[in-house]
Design a protein around this ligand. Structure first.
Ligand SMILES: Cc1ncc(COP(=O)(O)O)c(C=O)c1O
Length: 437
């Protein structure tokens, strides 16, 4: 018998229409490799790696066993003025797969915490190199950087910002999407590198001496899969370097193989000063985030500090033993099974299959890069998001998990997906689009 809850009232679901959900709940009970199962035993093909997390597929035995062993050996160890071996091992392993020079790793428990940690490290760095006037942070429109105050402030999603206090001293670049110039793009769109020059405008407006850091997602995920225009990130790198501004890539969704390399920085050929990560770091199995930090940034903060604590920041669970064990096992799984490269190997098949939906009802744009896709639907008149939500429900009830943000379907399956399963995703979406008004 499935173990069903008898009361849905107490759990307040995050980022959810709670009234709608509780009127018609959809639950997941177990998972294996490419699939979930509902409590009543229906199989659901996972087109989203959970929530961009489970890059090696679900409940992989090596990761499960590593967590079980860690739980039995060392359930918790503080990492304030103490530590344990697994946290060091994982930090070294992350540094190994990160771009050259990003040699130091600060652990958090989530992507949101990784973002706020990176922003604080940027401010600490500027102070430590005698640039204390550089306190301004630059984000971008249509960006998602999690839900903590720093991430919300540099983020560019109106609903996430409107009801909350935003940090002062934050400005935003324009987003990089232009339907007329970029529709139905495969990989990096050819048009739009010049949009990075908006950073020069912000330098002129505020003065470089006030700018601490720029944070961008290499591929914006949560606002509908927006790949960077060819040359855009290179140009941001050049401008930030020239003006002494740190560049942070938020790789919470692009990390761990999504674009066919360990990080998007490598896939796209641009090295930032910091990379934030989470999700795929442990294959989603234990909550954990991290910031990979350039040696120059780390040295400036640590070497210039007065004796004692160099950075007044950290979490009780930074480098938690269970998460560290899961992270090590996840990275070994990715490496041994060639999953860091698989997003690149599958990208052509994936793009051909997904772009085959171009003629499906309601589709107004399709964007693919690596093993990610955004399928944009025309909104219903006066009901933005309603069509997307209906497609989500239709797919789920038909055995496919997709993600929708508004009227955009975002796909990011586990990297172990087969070509037959890619075809299955496309077929089920086509069916759903044919059924919804
Ligand atoms: C780019 C990016 N940054 C940060 C986050 C926040 O991560 P978390 O939900 O683990 O706090 C997300 C989550 O989807 C994300 O996509």
């Amino acid at each position: 018998m499935p173990d069903l809850p008898n009361d849905l009232a107490a759990f307040w679901l995050p980022f959810t229409d709670n009234r709608g959900f509780k009127a018609e709940p959809r639950l997941l009970a177990r998972a294996r490799d490419m699939h979930y199962w509902t409590p009543d035993g229906r199989q659901i093909l996972d087109g989203t790696a959970g929530l961009w997390c489970v890059n090696a597929g679900h409940t992989r035995p090596r990761i499960v066993e590593a967590i079980q062993a860690a739980a039995a050996e060392l359930d918790f160890a503080p990492t304030f003025n103490l530590a344990h071996p697994l946290a060091f091992k994982l930090a070294s392993r992350v540094a190994e797969i990160a771009p050259d020079g990003l040699d130091h790793v600060f652990f958090t428990n989530s992507g949101s915490e990784a973002v706020d940690s990176a922003l604080k490290i940027a401010l600490a760095y500027q102070r430590s190199v005698g640039q204390g006037s550089r306190t301004r942070l630059i984000g971008r429109a249509r960006a998602y950087h999690g839900v903590n105050f720093g991430g919300v402030s540099v983020g560019g999603i109106v609903n996430n910002r409107r009801s909350f206090l935003n940090l002062p001293g934050v400005d935003h670049l324009p987003h990089t999407y232009n339907h007329a110039e970029q529709a139905f793009s495969r990989g990096e769109p050819a048009w739009g590198a010049h949009l990075a020059d908006a950073l020069e405008d912000l330098v002129n407006l505020h003065g470089a001496e006030t700018l601490a850091a720029v944070i961008v997602e290499p591929v914006a995920g949560s606002t509908g899969v927006l790949a960077p225009p060819k040359g855009y990130l290179q140009r941001l790198r050049e401008i930030t370097r020239r003006h002494g501004i740190l560049l942070i890539f938020d790789e919470v969704i692009t990390g761990f193989g999504r674009l066919g390399a360990p990080f998007a920085a490598q896939a796209l050929g641009v090295t930032p000063d910091m990379i934030t990560m989470a999700k795929g770091l442990t294959n989603g199995a234990v909550p954990m985030g991290a910031v990979a930090v350039a040696d120059s940034v780390h040295r400036a903060i640590v070497d210039n500090a007065a004796p004692g604590i160099e950075l007044f920041h950290g979490y009780t669970y930074s480098g938690h033993p269970l998460a560290a064990a899961a992270g090590l096992a996840a990275i070994e799984t990715y490496a041994e099974e060639g999953l860091f490269a698989r997003g690149a190997e599958l990208a052509g098949y994936w793009a051909d299959a997904i772009h085959g939906l171009r003629d499906a009802p309601h589709v107004v744009d399709i964007r693919t890069i690596g093993l990610v896709a955004g399928i944009e639907l025309a909104p219903r008149a006066d009901a933005a998001g309603a069509r997307g939500k209906t497609v989500f429900h239709r797919c789920f009830d038909d055995g496919l998990l997709i993600r929708v943000t508004g009227d955009i379907i975002a796909l990011s399956p586990p990297l172990i997906i087969s070509t037959a399963q890619i075809d299955e995703i496309v077929g089920r979406i086509r069916d759903a689009l044919g059924q919804v008004g």
